[in-house]
Design a protein around this ligand. Structure first.
Ligand SMILES: [Zn+2]
Length: 289
């Protein structure tokens, strides 16, 4: 078992959500979020629209938020979306691709199942995973069945004080929060032709000041209400039982970067059962207005 998977298992024992991957050095050649996008040829993103919110520069973020002290730490915070705010039989499946050592795999069986059954899903991609899987990213970005979202640059907990989650040290200040969001936002904007609408922090953790910064940057911070695969450590049976018990209106977090995990089998068992019970699956852009 690789080190990061051990960390995940250890984290499971300590809390409700495990996650994958370790932070890595910043990728070279990253651009500022305000860089003009250059759409990749042949990529369609019909359900992704640019945010109308004003986008702050790094200097503006530091000036406005650099002196604030955080008061909360967890999966929620101001402006953080935890569910679809409805009780109808609608579920948003989201899959994280965390990247890094031991976290850059691609679960082809999972994505293949979603394609065959035409199950929409929102895919949160980290910069490191994008760099490791460029051809897969180009393909997924061209499929209307999937919506691409931002899962951070170095996969760091989003903190203005360097607070850790699962043994991973978080961003240390407002400027690093900006970098964690903006650099992968710029990378995805170049790939998609438009900025992704949604962001989820590495490990899912944030403090309240960092959450405010994400919103001020014109991106919506999405957490989850159902931990569907325990950071890709659940057995297929655990994934199945967790997801079939999910309430309407929930946002389910699972992972698409551990092809050896129980996620694909569990999803393939749970989704038909939920469909038979009248549940419908939506992209975040459909479920959140
Ligand atoms: Zn992750």
């Amino acid at each position: 078992m690789i080190a990061s998977r051990r960390a995940v298992l250890a984290a499971l024992a300590a809390g409700p959500l495990a996650d994958c991957g370790r932070p890595a050095d910043l990728p070279a050649g990253v651009q500022a979020a305000s860089a003009r996008p250059s759409p990749a040829a042949g990529i369609r993103t019909p359900r992704t629209v640019p945010s109308a919110a004003p986008v702050l520069t790094r200097a503006q973020v530091v000036a406005r938020y650099g002196h604030l002290r955080p008061h909360s730490w967890g999966f929620g915070g101001p402006g953080v979306i935890r569910d679809l705010a409805m009780s109808r039989r609608v579920i948003a499946l989201t899959f994280d691709a965390c990247g890094g050592r031991g976290g850059s795999g691609y679960d082809q069986a999972l994505i293949g199942f979603l394609r065959r059954r035409e199950v929409p899903a929102t895919l949160f991609l980290n910069s490191r995973w994008i760099d490791a899987n460029p051809a897969v990213v180009r393909q997924l970005a061209g499929e209307p069945l999937f919506e691409i979202a931002n899962h951070g640059t170095r996969h760091l907990p989003l903190s203005v004080t360097g607070r850790s989650a699962y043994g991973i040290a978080g961003t240390r200040n407002a400027g690093e929060v900006y970098d964690e969001v903006a650099r992968n936002q710029a990378k995805l904007t170049r790939l998609l032709g438009v900025p992704p609408r949604w962001f989820r922090a590495g490990t899912g953790y944030c403090d309240d000041v960092a959450a405010q910064i994400v919103t001020a940057m014109g991106v919506r911070f999405v957490s989850f209400s159902v931990n569907g695969d325990g950071g890709a450590t659940f057995t297929p049976e655990q994934v199945h039982s967790t997801i079939t018990a999910a309430p309407g209106g929930c946002i389910v977090i699972c992972h698409m970067n551990h092809p050896g995990s129980g996620t694909a089998q569990g999803i393939a068992a749970a989704v038909p059962r939920l469909m038979a019970a009248g549940y419908r699956f939506v992209l975040l852009s459909e479920g959140l207005r």
